[in-house]
Design a binder for this molecule. Structure first.
Ligand code: ACO
Length: 328
């Protein structure tokens, strides 16, 4: 049986407010040169005080439905990848379904941190295998600046806010991409390397001030090593099981966390810089939204043409990582 999962109308939304490296140098002991040399990041976007991750997702979702001309009532599922939800409950997916008046869809969030987009493609395929008539609104949305510790120079320079939305269905259509294969993996023994705090493990009584456990903490150097090793491994495994090599891939779109990680992964996979899409200078690490935001920009810039095969890969807290092959 051929499993048909198509990704349609990928639309991104980033908030307007920009934080530059110089803005951060006014907050912590850092400077533009260190941040650019060590990460490649120059700017990141931050949501307004009045916005939440669900608002970013809603803006992206509305554009996506407009582009597909699909009524919200034709959706069967709303699926949201996020590690920075508005609340522990209700889910962003339910908030979205309500705001869009999508009716009694199956709506749920899931957490795979920066690998959320790739895990979501795998979930979408599973839903479509179960019921090929499904039409899934899939969003990736993050408000990471709400969980950044602005006193921690090791992490506060890295993250930004963004959302992206697409529809997953069996039919596809003009400009859509077929999900050829997906591979998702994890290693929970390394769960302490990156923690996004604020869950129920943070024990607070009313009136308590929050402490450092409320924010993102990361062992950067160890994370870096795992990220390079696992993204290379998962890409090689995925290509091999499809009888492909990097020569069969027109564009490589890795998770946008750090330019040095991207260059190390690209070099080990033997892919030249001209086939690697990078936009992290403008947005920083937007976690689950990073790859769909990059894909949307790559398409808009004409870097992806009909017929192109695109390899995407990501790595994040959990640890989680994965890769997917998309055929436009
Ligand atoms: N400005 C200036 N100096 C800094 C800064 C800063 N912003 N941050 C750290 N430093 C200092 C450190 O204090 C340290 O100083 P010391 O030598 O005096 O102790 C020095 O720079 C080197 O620190 P390292 O952490 O070893 O620096 P490194 O080169 O590893 O870069 C970085 C740090 C950018 C965080 C890198 O390790 C990295 O990108 N790691 C991976 C992050 C990632 O991919 N995360 C993905 C998952 S995120 C998620 O899932 C939500």
């Amino acid at each position: 049986m051929t499993l048909n999962c198509h990704l349609r109308a990928l639309c991104a939304h980033v908030p307007e407010t920009v934080i530059t490296n110089d803005d951060l140098a006014a907050l912590v002991d850092t400077n533009d040169q260190w941040i650019v040399e060590r990460t490649g990041i120059r700017r990141r976007h931050r949501l307004a005080d009045t916005e939440n991750a669900s608002d970013l997702a809603l803006a992206a979702a509305r554009r996506c439905l407009e582009e597909t001309a699909l009524p919200a009532r034709s959706l069967t599922h709303v699926l949201a990848a996020t590690c920075t939800p508005d609340h522990l409950s209700p889910s962003i997916a339910c908030i979205l379904a309500g705001a869009l008046d999508a009716g009694p869809v199956m709506a749920m969030d899931f957490g795979a941190a920066c690998t959320g987009f790739i895990y979501g493609l795998s979930l979408g395929r599973a839903f479509l295998a179960q019921a090929p008539e499904s039409r899934i609104l899939f969003v990736c949305t993050e408000a990471l600046t709400r969980r950044v510790n602005w006193q921690d120079r090791g992490t506060c320079v890295l993250f930004g806010d963004a959302a992206a939305a697409c529809v997953l269905d069996s039919e596809g259509g003009e400009g859509s991409a077929r999900v050829e294969d997906v591979l998702c993996q994890s290693d929970g023994t390394q769960r302490d390397l990156i923690v996004v705090g604020g869950g129920t493990a943070c024990r607070y009584a009313p009136g308590d001030p929050v402490d450092d456990s409320f924010f993102i903490s990361m062992r950067g150097r160890d994370t870096y090593k795992h990220a390079v090793r696992q993204m290379v491994q998962v890409c090689e495994t995925l290509l091999a099981r499809n009888g492909l090599t990097m020569d069969d891939v027109e564009l490589f779109v890795p998770h946008q966390a750090n330019i040095r990680i991207i260059e190390a992964v690209g070099s080990r996979l033997g892919v030249g810089a001209e086939r690697v899409f990078v936009n992290l200078a403008e947005y920083g690490n937007t976690s689950s939204a990073s790859i769909p935001l990059a894909l949307a920009e790559a398409r808009a810039a004409g870097r992806i043409r009909p017929g192109d095969r695109v390899l995407v890969t990501a790595f994040g807290a959990g640890l989680t990582w994965g890769a997917a092959l998309l055929r436009f």
